[in-house]
Design a binder for this molecule. Structure first.
Ligand SMILES: [Zn+2]
Length: 284
């Protein structure tokens, strides 16, 4: 079995109880980039059916998404604000909160989202343009966008390298790509109950009603708790490897907790947000 990022060999780490089926799911780790993966047998996305009725999480995320995207725009302001006819794309945009912010900032805004109800909400309630589909670069013109956002998407995909490479086809040569994934760092690994304790022990702790409040807090910060939904856990090295495959480079890693839920704010080492740009080495 091989890494979904750099194709090095994977090493079995442990079994984790799946959050949906309760079955044991294998967690594997790449011997090169250190990224973790689950459900490594599934390499292709099942794109026969679009998901439906999973809209609540999207609806509830309005405040967080808007805050996050507004902060992103504030950061990129100097670079992108002077451009005319700016184009924005959010891949996996949910109901499209980020598109409303981008429109306010003067962008022509587009989104892609597989969830059926979410796209209906986007067009009927927010009056914004979201394509109801899994992402493919065929949906848009090549090199059309100044800014592409792919936030909390890549950790779900069995073929992250393929999807990211495809997405980069739509970015202008001088465009900006924002990639957000759940952060994997030593502190999160150290505090993950799913990673560090045996499945039996985790089950026993969960069943103990006296520990209910403590467990829900621990679960909140346990990055390996959903091995069926989150199947990729990228390290910084893993993201840099992915960028290389796209002929791109990571120009900025955001370790600031503005971009993340506050977690160990006094250490302030959360990772997971990256600004990528195309390499322009062949320009003459
Ligand atoms: Zn790897």
């Amino acid at each position: 079995m091989y890494c979904r990022v750099c194709e090095f060999k994977l090493k079995f780490v442990k079994d984790i109880k799946g959050e949906k089926t309760g079955e044991l799911i294998q967690l594997q780790k790449c011997s090169n980039c250190g990224s973790y993966f689950s459900r490594i047998d599934s390499m292709d996305q099942n794109i026969d059916e679009l998901p439906e009725n999973q809209i609540d999480g999207y609806l509830n995320s309005e405040r967080d998404v808007k805050k996050r995207i507004n902060t992103l725009f504030a950061m990129l302001d100097g670079e992108l604000s002077s451009r005319k006819c700016k184009k924005y794309l959010d891949i996996g945009c949910g109901v499209g909160w980020s598109l409303t912010v981008a429109t306010e900032h003067g962008y022509e805004s587009h989104g892609v989202e597989p969830e059926i109800m979410a796209t209906k909400f986007a067009s009927s309630k927010l009056e914004i343009n979201v394509v109801n589909s899994y992402f493919s670069s065929d949906l848009f013109e090549r090199e059309y966008f100044d800014l592409i956002v792919m936030d909390q998407v890549l950790e779900h995909l069995p073929n992250p390298q393929h999807v990211l490479t495809d997405a980069f086809k739509l970015l202008k040569p001088d465009g900006v790509f924002f990639l957000g994934v759940p952060p994997v760092d030593w502190s999160r690994k150290a505090t993950s109950m799913s990673l560090n304790l045996s499945t039996d022990t985790v089950n026993k702790i969960r069943k103990n009603t006296h520990l209910k409040r403590l467990v829900s807090l621990i679960d909140k910060y346990d990055i390996f708790i959903s091995p069926e939904g989150h199947i990729n856990y990228f390290t910084v090295k893993g993201i840099k490897e992915l960028a290389k495959e796209c002929d791109a480079i990571v120009v900025r890693e955001l370790h600031n907790n503005i971009y993340r839920a506050i977690y160990f704010p006094y250490i302030n080492i959360t990772t997971g947000s990256f600004i990528l740009k195309k390499k322009l080495s062949n320009l003459s």
